[in-house]
Design a protein around this ligand. Structure first.
Ligand code: SF4
Length: 286
């Protein structure tokens, strides 16, 4: 006869999210949600590397149709603040500035998300910036959503090991970035250390706990150094994982500071990237 599961495992997702949110809020006084693990006291300051305080803010909450086909229409909530500093960030100041926009009210957002589901949205998505920065608010939001809603965590995959148990079982789908194929480019373009070990570790962890979609945004001049190593790693470490090789790079935000990023991806680069992925047998999302 099977042993009875511990009480925490017998709870439904909303109840577990509520408990996890309370735990996450208690951790704000020595924050280690992301892999910077800077230990900042988010209640009193000074702020950590993401500049976020205790209050989550959001710059968008609306039904969107620009994500993977299997996820749309999705009611997407974008929280301000990020732990990375990607020069090519498409949402720029909204992502970087944790103090901008409107305070996030989990209850009001949940009511809007449920209304969107009633109108035909297939999923509810949390993104940023980087939602890991605001784990307490994100989990409070999850606790107010129907247990059977299909929830998507859209992340840069730079969360800490301490954040993992709080996220375990909270989201049905992880849409996670694998932006860089090496640590040198990650440091140069996003001011991040130990990128590969952290992000690859989190992707491996997430793959065992949720449906995983890995995204890579092709960057001009970064085929050999970023896409090829990323693709090789995916083929060997996560064979069959859904991979979204994204075109559409635009030299936004601070891209001009990096000569290679001052132009879109060329047609030749794009064709080579797809051919490389197909040769490796990646499970590319068309
Ligand atoms: S989310 Fe990351 S950068 Fe922000 S305070 Fe926490 S550990 Fe530091």
């Amino acid at each position: 006869m099977n042993a009875k599961p511990p009480p925490a495992l017998r709870l439904g997702r909303p109840e577990r999210a509520r408990a996890n949110a309370a735990q996450a809020r208690a951790m704000l006084s020595a924050c280690r949600f992301c892999a910077h693990e800077c230990g900042a006291d988010r209640q009193t300051g000074p702020a950590g590397l993401c500049h976020a305080g205790p209050q989550a803010r959001f710059f968008a909450a609306q039904t969107e149709v620009t994500d993977e086909l299997e996820l749309i229409p999705t009611f997407a909530v974008a929280l301000n603040g990020c732990d990375l500093r990607c020069a090519f960030c498409i949402s720029g100041a909204d992502s970087w500035n944790a103090g901008a926009s409107a305070p996030f009210d989990a209850g009001a957002a949940a009511r809007r998300a449920v209304a969107a589901l009633d109108r035909g949205a297939r999923t509810i998505m949390l993104l940023g910036g980087e939602p890991t920065v605001h784990l307490p608010a994100a989990l409070e939001f999850v606790s107010l959503l129907p247990a059977d809603a299909r929830l998507v965590w859209k992340t840069n995959a730079h969360g800490s090991v301490e954040a993992r148990p709080l996220l375990d079982g909270m989201f049905d789908v992880w849409v996670a970035d694998l932006k860089f194929g090496n640590d040198t480019c990650a440091r140069s373009l996003a001011q991040i250390a130990h990128y590969s070990a952290v992000v690859r570790g989190n992707l491996l962890w997430a793959a065992g706990r949720a449906e995983l979609i890995v995204r890579h945004l092709l960057m001009p001049g970064h085929l050999e150094c970023c896409w090829k190593p990323a693709a090789q790693w995916l083929a060997s470490a996560l064979p069959g994982v859904k991979t979204n090789l994204r075109g559409g790079f635009w030299p936004a935000w601070q891209s001009r500071r990096h000569p290679q990023l001052r132009r879109p991806v060329s047609a030749a680069e794009s064709a080579a990237a797809w051919a490389w992925a197909q040769d490796l047998g990646l499970n590319l999302i068309p």
